[in-house]
Design a protein around this ligand. Structure first.
Ligand code: GAR
Length: 213
C-alpha cells in the first residue's frame, strides 16, 4: 500500500474525486496519507478533514527562500512516508530539491492539452480564458509527471473536451473538470500505485495488467 500526499491550494474538487475514488475501492494499492495546502483558507482542507485525512498547511511566505521551503516540504512528505505526490490544483512552484527527492513520483493535473496553454502563468481559470481567446474548438486535460520543466514532464493520461460556442471560462473549466480531470486524476493515481506506469526516454507508458493478478 503506497502512501499518497495530495497537494492543494483551492476548492479541492480534484481532491474530492480522489477521496471518492478511494472510498469506492478504485485505488486499491494506495491510500491518501495526508493533504498539504499552500493556503490556510483552501476549501480543500475541509474536504480532507471531513474524510478523516490528516492535513498540513505549508505557507511559502513563512520561509526565507525557495531552498528552505523545498527542504521543509521534502521533510514533511518524508514524515508521512509518501511514495506518490499528487498535485491537485497546487499553485506554489517548488524547486529541484523536491523534484529530485521524488523523481517520477510527482504527478499533476493541468486544465488544457499541453503543450498548449501551459507553463508559467497558466493556471486555473487563466488557462480557460487563454483557450477561449485563441478560439480553440477542443481543449482537455492531461495528468503528467512533474519534472524541472514547468508542465513539461511525461504525459500519463490525456483526454480531449469540446469547447462550446457560448462557453465562458467558468463553464469551460467545469466541463474540463467533469469530463477529464476528475476521471483521469484518480485513474492515473491508481495506475501509479499499482506500479503500472513506466517512464523511458521521457515518455510514460501504461504497463498492461498481468492476467495472474
Ligand atoms: C484544476 O482545474 C486544475 O487542473 C488546475 O487548478 C484547478 C484546481 O481545482 N491546476 C492548474 O492550473 C495547475 N497548473 P480544484 O482545487 O477544484 O481541484
Amino acid at each position: 500500500m503506497l502512501n499518497i500526499a495530495v497537494l492543494v491550494s483551492g476548492g479541492g474538487t480534484n481532491l474530492q474525486a480522489l477521496i471518492d475514488a478511494q472510498a469506492a475501492g478504485k485505488i486499491p494499492d494506495g491510500r491518501i496519507a495526508c493533504v498539504i495546502s499552500s493556503r490556510m483558507d483552501a476549501f480543500a482542507l475541509q474536504r480532507a478533514q471531513k474524510a478523516g485525512i490528516p492535513t498540513e498547511v505549508l505557507l511559502r511566505n513563512h520561509f526565507a527562500d525557495g531552498n528552505a521551503y523545498d527542504a521543509a516540504l521534502v521533510s514533511l512528505l518524508q514524515s508521512y512516508s509518501v511514495g506518490l505526490v499528487v498535485l491537485a490544483g497546487f499553485m506554489t512552484i517548488f524547486g529541484k530539491t523536491v523534484i529530485h527527492a521524488f523523481e517520477n513520483k510527482i504527478i499533476n493535473v493541468h486544465p488544457s492539452l499541453i503543450p498548449s496553454f501551459c507553463g508559467e502563468g497558466f493556471y486555473g481559470l487563466r488557462v480557460h480564458e487563454a483557450a477561449l481567446r485563441r478560439g480553440v474548438r477542443v481543449t482537455g486535460a492531461p495528468v503528467h509527471f512533474v519534472n524541472e520543466i514547468c508542465d513539461g514532464g511525461p504525459i500519463i493520461l490525456q483526454k480531449a473536451v469540446e469547447v462550446l460556442p457560448d462557453d465562458t471560462p467558468q463553464t469551460l473549466q467545469r466541463r474540463v473538470m467533469e469530463q477529464a480531470e476528475w476521471e483521469l486524476l484518480p485513474r492515473a493515481t491508481a495506475l501509479f500505485c499499482a506500479g503500472r506506469i513506466s517512464v523511458k526516454d521521457g515518455i510514460a507508458s501504461i504497463v498492461q495488467e498481468t492476467s495472474q493478478k
